[in-house]
Design a protein around this ligand. Structure first.
Ligand code: 13P
Length: 253
């Protein structure tokens, strides 16, 4: 019912030439898969060139951030319409690096999510606790607060456009993946909260796991009931490892 969703967040890596090289290779290996959705999120500078390569591909294009205003004096920022203009379909919002390195608040993120939807972009709202919050037993409260606030201005009839990514901060770029059981526990909590808020639409909302996803742990993560895909950082930067993640072994088949 929920199509598996394998997304690569390239972060601040890849010049235009490098991005094109990577996406051409990915296109050969996974560019025509229709039973799952594959997404690449290059840096802003490479979006347009990558978009041109992907015209006949099933691979989708995403951006890593945006401003909530339509336009204005916001030096260094970029609008939803600018992303749509270069062929972008998805946008990552509230990534932990935006929250913790650049100080983005739940309030700011809560403005970006509906702004993306209004501009016909599909937001991927990232949420996740820090290690000290997990150790203090605050995982549930942090995740539910970020989820509730991030979606506070999303009406029920727009909920189907949203994807959630659970990315525990302690697992990002550290090699310490959450165990499938730890991730499933939080994903089930998120699914329950979505059900409360959006009713049956919650069954269609995909919840991705992110944080040190690699070829050798994707299969067991994807076997969990509420893990619908992955948001992959480091392992999305080479065609071999990301293709293997996209082609995860389905425990059910
Ligand atoms: P890593 O896969 O490098 O841990 O990064 C995860 C992430 O932040 C994806 O958005």
């Amino acid at each position: 019912m929920r199509k598996p969703f394998l997304a690569g967040n390239w972060k601040m890596y890849k010049t235009v030439g490098e991005a094109l090289d990577l996406v051409r290779r990915l296109n050969i290996s996974v560019g025509q898969m229709r039973d799952r959705e594959v997404l690449v999120c290059p840096p802003f500078t490479a979006l347009k060139s990558v978009s041109q390569i992907l015209t006949d591909s099933q691979i989708r294009l995403g951006a890593q951030n945006m401003h909530y205003e339509k336009e204005g004096a916001f030096t260094g920022d970029i609008s939803a319409a600018m992303l749509v203009d270069v062929g972008v379909e998805y946008v990552i919002l509230g990534h932990s690096e935006r929250r913790h390195v650049f100080g983005e608040s739940d309030t700011l993120i809560s403005k970006k999510v509906p702004a993306a939807i209004s501009a016909n972009l599909k937001p991927i709202l990232c949420i996740g606790e820090k290690i000290e919050e997990r150790q203090a037993g605050q995982t549930q409260s942090v995740v539910l607060r970020q989820l509730e606030q991030g979606l506070s201005a999303v009406p029920k009839d727009h909920a189907a456009h949203v994807t959630i990514a659970y990315e525990p901060v302690w697992a990002i770029g550290t090699g310490h993946t959450a165990t499938p059981r730890q991730a499933q526990e939080v994903h089930a909590l998120i699914r329950g909260a979505l059900q409360k808020k959006f009713g049956s639409t919650a069954e269609t909302i995909r919840i991705l796991y992110g944080g040190s996803v690699k070829p050798d742990n994707i299969d067991s993560l994807m076997a969990e009931r509420d893990i619908d895909g992955a948001l992959v950082g480091g392992a999305s930067l080479t065609p071999e490892s990301f293709s293997r993640i996209v082609r995860y072994a389905n425990a059910g088949s």
